[in-house]
Write a protein that binds this ligand. Structure first.
Ligand SMILES: [Zn+2]
Length: 254
């Protein structure tokens, strides 16, 4: 039986402890949980902030980049004093300032087929906060192989999207697209800074629900957020029998 939060934690998490759906048992579960955030940019910033603030005990931070001035318009973990610092270091400092009780594991590297298994294997939930299609498919494949739930997020310009995947049980990213599109070298479109703020915050919401077994997860449906119309819709996503990952006859990626 997990111990009830004491002292600082009892005060820090008083508002969540007062929720019957969470309470001391849920709070202890969050403290024992491990979340992995791949990408510490516009999506990963709010996701990391809210997971640390909620009391998730161990957070893996994965990003090989350094803070650039053009990041500050949306990557709210960082300030002007952090320019040129490795993102994992600046992020860790900010999150420890928020809650010294959070255990952080820093991976100052890009996710690759060589390191993905080490990084993702022990996560209770993975947040795909990357901006590269290849990394998104790598997360999907590795999480499927290890049975790790993950929360997909993506943004472009004024729109964002989100879907939660329970590997082998719900539709996966390869049910939607068989393979990542070829890189076209086009410059990134935006985004408006609040768009990844909204989507990253929703990814953290889903991750907390995964850890706590709470509510209805955003599975088998994709949420699409349109900032210009301030509209949110969900689109059904079905498991595809021919999916190379979770279909009837799995096949290696080309
Ligand atoms: Zn699939």
């Amino acid at each position: 039986m997990p111990a009830e939060p004491r002292g600082d934690d009892a005060q820090r998490f008083a508002r969540q402890l007062a929720l019957p759906e969470i309470g001391p048992a849920g709070q202890a579960r969050l403290r024992q949980a491990r979340a992995c955030i791949v990408g510490l940019g516009g999506l990963g910033s709010p996701a990391a902030f809210y997971l640390a603030a909620a009391g998730v005990g161990t957070i893996d931070l994965v990003d090989g980049d350094r803070v650039d001035c053009s990041n500050l318009q949306r990557q709210i973990l960082y300030g002007s004093a952090d320019l040129d610092r490795p993102k994992v270091e600046a992020a860790a400092e900010r999150l420890r300032a928020l809650d010294p009780g959070v255990a952080l594991r820093l991976w100052p590297e890009r996710l690759t087929p060589d390191n993905a298994d080490d990084i993702l294997a022990e996560a209770d939930v993975v947040i795909d906060a990357t901006d590269s299609p290849a990394a998104k498919f790598l997360i999907a494949d590795c999480c499927h192989a290890r049975g790790r739930p993950y929360v997909h997020g993506g943004i472009a310009a004024f729109t964002g999207q989100l879907m939660t995947v329970l590997p082998g049980r719900t539709a996966c990213c390869r049910c939607l697209f068989d393979a990542p599109p070829p890189a076209d070298g086009a410059p990134p479109r935006g985004p408006l800074g609040v768009v990844p703020g909204v989507i990253g915050t929703l990814q953290a919401t889903e991750a907390i629900k995964v850890i706590l077994g709470l509510g209805d997860l955003l599975c088998n449906r994709m949420l699409v957020f349109d900032a210009l119309r301030l509209a949110v819709r969900t689109v059904p996503v079905r498991r595809r029998p021919s999916c190379r990952l979770c279909g009837r006859a799995p096949a290696p990626a080309p």
